[in-house]
Structure formats: C-alpha cells, structure tokens
Design a protein around this ligand. Structure first.
Ligand SMILES: Nc1ncnc2c1ncn2[C@@H]1O[C@H](COP(=O)(O)OP(=O)(O)O)[C@@H](O)[C@H]1O
Ligand SMILES: [Mg+2]
Length: 470
C-alpha cells in the first residue's frame, strides 16, 4: 500500500508505464502499475484510487472492459483512457462509457500530465461538493438543527433505525420537538408502513385510559356498549406513541408494564390473550427519575422504558440552531400565510438568536408566526417582535440617536466594552442570554467578548464545553 490515494497506471508496455510513473511521482502522485486487467483488479481491491490511466490493448482483454467495470462501481473515479491514434469510434465509445478524458497514442508526457491534473481537480471538487451537501443536510426527518447537541440526537436516532428496540423513551422540556422525534423514529423504522398511533396520557380517567390502550368487551363497564379494540390491537406491528407518560396513573402504569413484559394482554373484561406486536415510544417533559423517587412513577416501568433514552436538548443549549429555525419558519410561514416576506433583518435575527427560549421551538415558532403576520415591510424587523424580545430600552439596539455621545476628549473603547459587559452580567445575575440581550448582541458574541476579556471562569467544565461547541 502507498501512503495516500493512488494513481493506477495500466499498460502492457513497461517503458510507458515506467515513464508515466516517474512523471507522476515527480508531480507528487502515488503511482501503482499494472500490466494486465487481472493485475489492475488486484491493485484496485487493495488501494484507495484517486485516478486511473488505462491503455486499451492489454494481454488478457480490453481496457474498455476495465473502464466499464470500474465506472459501474464508482461514478466519480476519474479514468483517463489511452486510445489508438485516429480511432474516432473508440474515442466515442470510451466517452460514452464515462471516461473522464482520452489521450490518443502516441502521447507526450506533458499532455498526459495536463489531463491527469484536470481529472483529479474535477473529482476532488466533486468530492468536496458531496461533503458540503452532506453537511448542509441540516436535520433528521422534519427536524432542523446542526448544533452539536442536536447532531448527537440525530446520530442516536440514526443508530436506532435498524435496531427496532421494543421501547424508546423521549425526554425533554415542553416544545423541544418530542412529537417530531417520535414520528421520525417511526418513519425511519421497519414499521414505517404500519400504523403510528398517538395517545396523550393527560386527563383520561383510569377506566378510559385502560380501554383506550387495551380495548374492552361489551358490557365490561357501564359505558361499554359494544366491544372496542384498544390501541395495542389496532397498532398491530406499528408504533404506539404514549405522550406525557409521566401523567399515567400508577394503576395504568402497572397494566402497561405487564403488557410490555409479557408481550401480551387481555381486553378489559376479556379472557383471551392478545399478543403485543407494537413498539412503544413514550415521551415526557417530567424528570422521570425524580418522579420515581417521589413515588409517583413505578421504578420497574421506568427501567423498562429507559433502556433507550433519547434526550432532546432545550433550544437554549443548541448553539446556532435558533437562527436556523427562525429562517426556516419565516420561509415556511410566509408561504403558508401568503405573506410576501423575503427574510429577517440581521438585528432582529440576533435578538431571536440571543433569547433563551423557555418555551423552546414551540415558542420560537409562535414568535415568528406573529412577526410574519405583523410585519409591514418585506422583512421582519425588531419592531415586529414581542416586547420581551424587542426590548423597551431607548428604542434601541444601536447607538445612533441613542443616549451615547462621543465626548470631545474621546473614550477608551476597550475599557468601555469591558465595563458594559460587566454591568450587563451583573444586572442579569450572570444570565448570559439575558445579558446578551441587554447589549443587543447574540449569546455567542457575548461569550466571545467574555473570553477575550478574561471573564469566563476557567476550569469550569460546562463553560469550557459550551465554548468548545461554539
Ligand atoms: N428541530 C425542529 N425543527 C423544526 N421544527 C421543530 C423542531 N422541533 C420542534 N419543532 C416544532 O415545534 C413545535 C413543537 O414541537 P413538539 O414536537 O410538539 O414539542 P414537544 O412534543 O416536545 O412539546 C412543533 O410545531 C414542531 O413542528
Ligand atoms: Mg408533545
């Protein structure tokens, strides 16, 4: 093996091979040589190739077959063909088969090296483009995000795709997107063509919840006029999404646990066992471990569910995602609401980016919706934001027309910056998001300044972690 990507030179004339290899080496490539189709295939299996140069006439077959074969396996690998002089039909043929270039024989080395350079350049560009496209796929399913915190969630979800774990628990504050996560888990599982059934565990009486989940026989309780199938039966091999599972009564928790453990249940008032084939995805915004401590949630059910916990981070912990989401919702909502908006002013976006979003993505979406409806111009401005975001101070986010006047003797800008940052932090009890808002900058801009001014506590793991992610 060579130490980098290799250039495979296939020609049965040793002298041509040798001089090409020498030239390639002097230009910084790693040539590997083959005198036949057979040798070429062996080398291709061993080496990571960045380019191929094939002669047509070879002792054990045609280089054209090699071209066809290699092209089928890798659409982007640059392949330069050496064709016989004046053989137009062959030139047409190799082009049709996807040769990157063809060089008529006899060729001179300069001409060949120019072709090599062109071919590697274009394939490197193709590779970079692909990497770029992969990176700008900012999300998973219908979820948007590219912050490290969300990338970790997406990574876990993609590992769940083939696993078909029987239960998954989604944890996160209200509005973080737990519903979307549950739907994405279903949509990307083998169960995607089976039903996805959602039930909100809040507010249903025990009896109703029971019959909702497991069904009932006719006459099993006062209101049971007919037989009813429960979600576990209707879902078949699909997914049951138990939203707000923290609200389930202890009694129903017990029934659910038994159904999950035994993989079977009976309808209320029924006698036959029905098999559980569905997968259960549960979500809660409660701290279930604390609920267990407090005796409000069964420990055994908690352990059963928490085999695979997916923790959806709060929006304030997804660095950079707020701006991404704002732009996404501006586009989506202005289209849906029929408003001719083209975007959002940078200072308005900065406000939204710096806010700490206690209501998470749901709150952000509502704020954008309001702004899209209220905005008068073609873009959303600070004035279109609700008071907690537009801020009542001096109308202002910029110094123009504000209370600041540059004194005749001048100022020390660095000192002033230091002072203002300190004041903002003091006034907000070190709440960085709030302090950033006071200064009219994003949280990142604030953290950058804090670091520059030596105001970030060193050695505090969370602070440094957050910075590393920034
Ligand atoms: N990552 C995301 N990308 C796009 N939209 C999101 C994202 N997370 C949440 N939303 C949207 O925010 C709102 C609240 O999400 P939801 O899943 O109902 O939150 P939860 O169930 O955690 O309370 C929904 O309108 C949802 O479509
Ligand atoms: Mg929800």
């Amino acid at each position: 093996m060579t130490d980098g990507p290799a250039v495979l030179v296939v020609d049965d004339e040793e002298l041509i091979r040798w001089s090409l290899a020498e030239e390639l080496r002097s230009e910084g490539y790693h040539p590997v040589e083959a005198g036949s189709l057979e040798e070429a295939r062996t080398l291709a299996a061993k080496e990571h190739l960045e380019l191929c140069i094939f002669d047509v006439r070879l002792p054990d077959g045609s280089g054209v077959d090699l071209l066809r074969e290699f092209r089928e396996r890798d659409a982007d690998l640059p392949i330069v063909m050496i064709t016989g002089h004046g053989n137009v039909a062959l030139a047409v043929e190799v082009t049709r088969l996807g040769a990157t270039e063809y060089i008529p024989k006899p060729f001179d080395l300069t001409e060949m090296m120019l072709a090599v350079e062109r071919a590697t350049k274009s394939s490197r560009r193709a590779r970079e483009l692909r990497a770029l496209r992969a990176r700008s796929a900012r999300g998973y399913g219908s979820m948007i995000g590219e912050s490290p915190a969300m990338m970790r969630v997406f990574d876990l979800l993609s590992r769940l795709e083939d696993a078909d774990a029987p239960t998954v628990l989604i944890l996160g504050e209200s509005g973080t997107g737990k519903d979307l996560v549950a739907r994405a888990i279903h949509a990307r599982s083998k169960r995607r063509d089976e039903p996805f059934l959602e039930v909100d565990c809040t507010g249903l009486s025990d009896t109703l919840m029971n019959s909702e989940l497991f069904g009932h026989e006719r006459g099993s309780f006062t209101d049971a006029k007919t037989r009813k199938l429960g979600l576990f039966e209707v879902a078949g091999k699909g997914t049951i999404f138990l939203d707000e599972i923290g609200e389930l009564s202890l009694q129903t928790q017990g029934r659910l646990l038994r159904a999950l453990e035994n993989r079977k249940f009976k309808r209320v008032g029924g006698t036959t066992d029905i098999e559980v084939k569905a997968r259960v995805v549960a979500a809660t915004n409660r701290d279930l471990a604390a609920e267990v401590e407090a005796g409000r949630f069964r420990q055994d059910l908690y352990y059963r569910l928490a085999v695979i916990p997916v923790e959806v981070p709060a929006l304030r912990d997804r660095h950079g995602d707020a701006a991404l989401l704002v732009q996404h919702f501006v586009r989506e909502l202005s289209r849906d609401l029929g408003r001719p908006l083209t975007g959002i002013e940078p200072n308005a976006l900065a406000r939204l980016d710096g806010y700490d979003w206690p209501g998470n993505v749901r709150e952000l979406r509502n704020v954008v919706e309001r702004a899209v409806i209220l905005s008068r111009g073609p873009t959303i401005t600070v004035a279109d934001l609700p008071p907690e975001l537009s801020g009542g101070r001096t109308g202002g986010h910029s110094l123009s027309g504000g209370p600041f006047r540059l004194p005749d003797e001048g100022i020390n800008l660095a000192e002033m910056e230091h002072d203002l940052v300190l004041q903002a932090l003091e006034r907000t009890d070190n709440n960085q998001s709030a302090a950033a808002r006071l200064l009219g900058i994003g949280r990142y801009a604030l953290r950058y300044r804090m670091e520059k001014l030596g105001l970030l506590k060193k050695g505090s793991a969370t602070e440094e972690g957050a910075l590393a992610e920034a």
